[in-house]
Design a protein around this ligand. Structure first.
Ligand code: TXA
Ligand code: MG
Length: 346
């Protein structure tokens, strides 16, 4: 099947948005072997992928995103057996991987010695972040490439994560060789990241997989990086470098806990109690948190693209995936240092 080139003719190096089929998969694999960057869908957000064994290719991820080199990357692999070539899995990690992979869970485990991966992926840490995505296209890519793919979310560092191929094209269209189109990501928020302090599981980033589900499998409560903190106050990744709060930020400012929009604002509403007749969008008119998560970044992109100055955001229940939604909203609303986008994570 022919590739559909939907890139604006003015783009410096035209990226290709490809429908996912055998032909485009072969092109993606070739690009990875050539050390180029490819964007692909996962069940959470789109990833910006490179061959994790290729130092230059991995370095170009950091350059393309404007990401500080001290912020490590997630390695995507096709299955647990492959993950075990790179990291050490203790009984908790094994249990979680066996239960949730493929799926939206990233495990940060001790990195094995002398593995054939670019040292850049771990940014000098003794641990490695590993994930087996459930998305069919991502799975087919990892099968076809048959090697580890380093992939952060396919956005400029600190900006909104992409949940559609067009979001990637907008932000990184001139940096990637190909964008594999899988339509909107079903989850819409990044994976949940679990690390280990000794053998105690720690929540490093709330994500689309609710903490309660993780705890039910390991039979113990996840340790919070901040003692006695409310879940919404959890720092993004406590053992990772780069802990500035501001992240996932649209250009517009967010006004949280809004009950209605002030003049000139647009509303990011939630649930059936949203005020009627207000300009804006509703993340889930029926009040479904999974639907709200799936829509979150896409709706923020949509509202931001109008050029509005302030987005008024209704409260989201702090339960289940609502914890991750609130985490992202709090970071998007956080103050940004003058003269930069203030974001050091991605
Ligand atoms: O859903 C996801 O996880 C998406 C898709 C593409 O897989 N990826 C993603 O990657 O969100 P990224 O780079 O945007 O976020 C990964 C986070 C970063 O904040 C990084 O600091 C953390 O994972 N991380 C990576 N390696 C780590 C390590 N060894 N220790 C602690 N944190 C780590
Ligand atoms: Mg990211």
């Amino acid at each position: 099947m022919e590739a559909t080139n939907r890139v604006a003719p003015t783009a410096k190096t035209p990226a290709l948005i490809l429908e996912s089929d055998e032909d485009s998969m072969a092109k993606v694999v070739l690009s990875l072997h050539q050390g180029l960057l490819v964007a692909f869908p996962t069940e959470t957000v789109y990833g910006l992928g490179a061959d994790a064994g290729n130092e230059e290719a991995v370095a170009s991820i950091f350059a393309a995103k404007g990401r500080p080199s001290y912020n490590p990357l997630i390695i995507h692999v096709k299955d647990l057996a492959t993950a075990q070539l790179y990291g050490h899995f203790d009984h908790h990690a094994l249990k979680l991987a066996a239960h949730f992979w493929p799926g939206p869970l990233t495990l940060v485990v001790p990195r094995l010695d002398n593995i054939p991966l670019s040292p850049l992926v771990s940014a000098g840490l003794s641990t490695i972040a590993l994930r087996v995505p459930a998305n069919k296209i991502a799975g087919a890519l990892l099968e076809a490439f048959d090697g580890p793919v380093a992939a952060p979310s396919a956005n400029r560092s600190g900006l909104l994560s992409p949940t559609e191929a067009e979001h990637v094209e907008e932000m990184l269209g001139d940096q990637v060789s190909l964008i594999l189109d899988g339509g909107p990501c079903e989850g819409g928020i990044e994976s949940t990241i679990i690390g280990f302090e000794g053998n105690i599981p720690v929540l490093l980033r709330p994500g689309i997989l609710p903490v309660e589900q993780v705890e039910a499998i390991i039979g113990i409560r996840l340790q919070m990086p901040l003692k006695d903190a409310e879940p919404s106050a959890i720092p993004f990744v406590v053992t990772a470098p780069g802990q500035l709060t501001s992240h996932y930020a649209p250009r517009a400012h967010l006004r949280l806990n809004a009950v209605s929009a002030f003049e000139g604002e647009l509303m990011l509403a939630f649930g059936p109690d949203a005020p009627k007749g207000q300009p804006g969008v509703n993340l889930s008119p029926v009040g479904d948190l999974a639907e709200a998560a799936a829509n979150l970044y896409a709706y923020l992109h949509l509202l931001d693209d109008t050029g509005v100055e302030t987005i008024a955001v209704m409260p989201i229940p702090q339960e289940g995936v609502g914890v991750a939604i609130n985490d992202r909203l709090n970071r998007a609303a956080a103050p940004r240092p003058v003269g930069s986008n203030g974001n050091e994570q991605s």
